[in-house]
Write a protein that binds this ligand. Structure first.
Ligand code: M6R
Length: 365
């Protein structure tokens, strides 16, 4: 039942503050992360895992791209993120020293399931993050973290992405802690920031009308280019995927620094650039990419941090997101991008909950 909402996608976007709160529930004790009732991991065995492989498809893959960047800030991890259909057919060394983490909302994605079978056969320790208890991948892998996002009806994943990044952040913290790499101060800082995330997401959702107006201004664009660096790159990927899926517009995400290696040739006044430019150590670098785009007459839409007044020098199309700890930026960045894609698709009269050519879960190769 979509209640007062015209589409399931919009309802699911609005459920995200609750979904994050539910995903945290029972996994935090005091100001500490505790996954011991889900993961029977000992500190000794976690030290054996030299390699961490994240394997998934689509939005779940982008959640792992965010997770990898978050985890790299927490400890000394050697992480690779692969789409399942590549992982299966490449000759990637997988062995007893590998922790392979499979992420699948549905738990039924054929490529992810086959990749999990492969890793299991090679002796890797396997773990699944899924939204469906008892799904095929859950039954086969066994060890799991279940995201409590509830059924997602819209074909475009929204609330399950935020549930996944919540679970993956907790997982990264827990692993770093078992290995003795997470300081109590960092643990406290991140737990308190995670608990604040639902409120911050609600703040962004309250700007819905603003985002709708922005989408109205840009609904006739030829396509969109998304740029971001570091922790801003995975939400850029996810924002572009949402637009492609439901508005059928071409949207491409690039690490901002990669622009001048080719894609900048695409830019002109009909190709807006959505720049994810959080106020962090990479701000100047991304702003220089914004300037390069402006020089090619691309309109700029900035996703910027609340306190960032300087960004107004570069564009008047700005969505401000609340400040958070740098590691948690993907949480606040993805919400405006979901809403932006939703309202562009609505302007264009698209079938938002059931976009053409797509199925909710891809059970064939
Ligand atoms: O159920 P899964 O998480 O394994 O699904 C993976 C992808 O098929 C899925 O995320 C797809 O990309 C969505 N349509 C994204 O909105």
């Amino acid at each position: 039942n979509r209640g007062e909402y015209p589409h399931f996608m919009l309802k699911e976007i609005h459920e995200q503050p609750d979904v994050v709160a539910h995903t945290l529930l029972g996994r935090i004790a005091g100001e500490k992360v505790d996954l011991s009732h889900e993961l029977a991991w000992t500190p000794e065995e976690t030290e054996k895992w030299k390699k961490i492989h994240f394997v998934a498809c689509g939005t779940s893959h982008y959640a792992t791209a965010a997770a990898a960047r978050i985890m790299e800030t927490l400890g000394n991890f050697e992480i690779r993120t692969e789409v399942a259909s590549e992982y299966r057919y490449r000759n990637i060394p997988i062995d007893e020293e590998t922790l392979a983490i499979f992420v699948s909302q549905s738990g039924e994605t054929a490529d992810t399931l086959h990749a999990a079978r492969l890793a299991k056969n090679r002796g890797a320790r396997c773990l699944v993050i899924t939204n469906v208890r008892g799904s095929t991948i859950h039954r086969e892998v066994g060890e799991a973290i279940i995201t409590p996002a509830g059924p997602e009806i819209g074909v475009a994943a929204t609330k399950t992405f935020t549930a996944q990044i919540t679970a993956l952040t907790l997982l990264g913290m827990y692993l770093a802690k078992l290995r003795g790499e997470l300081s109590p101060a960092s643990e406290r800082r991140l737990i308190s920031a995670l608990m604040d995330i639902p409120g911050k997401l609600a703040t962004i959702l309250s700007k819905e009308r603003e985002i709708e107006a922005l989408a109205r201004d840009f609904a006739d664009a030829r396509g969109f280019f998304f740029i971001g660096r570091g922790l801003a790159y995975p939400p850029a990927l996810e924002g572009a995927l949402k637009l492609k899926e439901i508005s059928y517009l071409h949207a491409e995400a690039y690490p901002a620094g990669e622009m001048k290696h080719g894609p900048i040739a695409l830019l002109d006044k009909e190709l807006p650039v959505v720049a994810l430019v959080p106020k962090n150590g990479l701000w100047e670098k991304t702003v220089s990419n914004i300037e390069e785009s402006m020089a090619r007459r691309s309109p700029i839409i900035a996703i910027a941090t609340e306190s960032d007044e300087e960004i107004r020098h570069y564009t008047s199309h700005i969505i401000f997101t609340p400040e958070t700890e740098p590691e948690l930026y993907p949480f606040v960045a993805v919400i405006p991008l979901q809403l932006f894609a939703y309202y562009i698709a609505r302007q264009r009269g698209c079938d938002i909950d059931m976009p053409r050519n797509l199925a909710k879960s891809v059970t064939v190769e």
